[in-house]
Design a protein around this ligand. Structure first.
Ligand SMILES: NC(=O)c1ccc[n+]([C@@H]2O[C@H](COP(=O)([O-])OP(=O)(O)OC[C@H]3O[C@@H](n4cnc5c(N)ncnc54)[C@H](OP(=O)(O)O)[C@@H]3O)[C@@H](O)[C@H]2O)c1
Length: 268
């Protein structure tokens, strides 16, 4: 089956998904059309070289009913935008944070199957984390469509409540920003030891990259990997002592709880 996908919104998340879809090694066999519906053509212009991608200013101009409609717009716009898609008998996927399944049931006909997805931007390079929640048991056909869209885009998991989606939002949805922030801090540390900006950033990114791939591939405990590079009284121990005194663990816990609290506030 080759899918007809409508992607509503092509900002940070929409374009990460779209680039991810188009660069899958078997993309041609998965996607027949990807119709990008967004107010400004410029948001989609980088993708229009691919003949499967077309831009539309509104859903009323779509040539067919899509198999799947993926909403990647800001949550506060959904109330206004969703009714425009009422007449399509498509599987609805929304990546919006904060809006519970009950919200979609109020705005869309009851017959619609709605899937909340919580991806993160590394889906663009097929290294994302994507959590799913559905309002009903999916049919094998619908499950197949989700697989066509998201298999190989990263680590996929299903959760069973809006509350769990809020938690995933606070961990992996927002998580890339925490990691980028830590890379920035790491690079700043390297600069403070006298390296120029560009070299400091290369040292930071390469260290994060190598260590993340190492932890991922070995599937070992990060605590064990950390201990392997920490000799008693050595240089690493001196640095870790500073991080422990600053209580990095407590800080990360507080950061995630703040994001989770905010997600719950947005849910209302
Ligand atoms: N960014 C992330 O890392 C991330 C992670 C997980 C989930 N999400 C969720 O993804 C959604 C989008 O977030 P984002 O960061 O991608 O926001 P964004 O960068 O602001 O993108 C929003 C997009 O929506 C478009 N848009 C505005 N009005 C529209 C309309 N009437 N019809 C169709 N498209 C319209 C905008 O077009 P113009 O720019 O042309 O106005 C823009 O392309 C949010 O609900 C967010 O919660 C984001």
């Amino acid at each position: 089956m080759r899918l007809r996908v409508a992607l509503v919104g092509c900002g940070a998340m929409g374009s990460a998904l779209l680039r991810g879809w188009l660069t899958l090694s078997d993309s041609e066999s998965r996607f027949k059309n990807i119709w990008v519906i967004t107010p400004h053509r410029e948001s989609a212009v980088h993708f229009l070289d691919d003949s499967r991608v077309e831009w539309f200013a509104s859903p009323s101009s779509l040539p067919h009913s899509p198999d799947i409609i993926v909403f990647a717009v800001k949550p506060h716009l959904l109330e206004e935008i969703l009714p425009l898609y009422k007449s399509f008998d498509s599987l609805i996927i929304s990546v919006a944070s904060g809006k519970p399944l009950s919200f979609y049931k109020k705005v869309l006909p009851l017959s619609h199957t709605i899937v909340r997805a919580m991806p993160n931007t590394p889906v663009e390079i097929h290294k994302g984390v994507i959590a799913f929640l559905a309002n009903t048991t999916l049919t094998p056909d619908q499950m197949n469509m989700i697989n066509i869209c998201f298999k190989d885009m990263g680590f996929c998991l299903w959760v069973s409540s809006d509350n769990e989606i809020d938690k995933i939002t606070a961990i992996s949805g927002s998580g890339p920003a925490y990691v980028f922030y830590m890379i920035e801090a790491f690079a700043q540390g390297a600069e403070s030891l006298g390296f120029h900006k560009e070299m400091a950033l290369s040292l930071a990114v390469s260290t994060f990259w190598g260590s993340s791939v190492y932890a991922h591939d070995l599937k070992g405990s990060p605590a064990v990997l950390r201990k392997n590079v920490t000799s008693p009284q050595g240089t690493t121990a001196a640095a870790l002592n500073v991080l422990e005194t600053g209580n990095l663990h407590a800080l990360m816990e507080a950061a995630m709880k703040a994001a989770y609290t905010r997600a719950k506030e947005l849910r209302g």
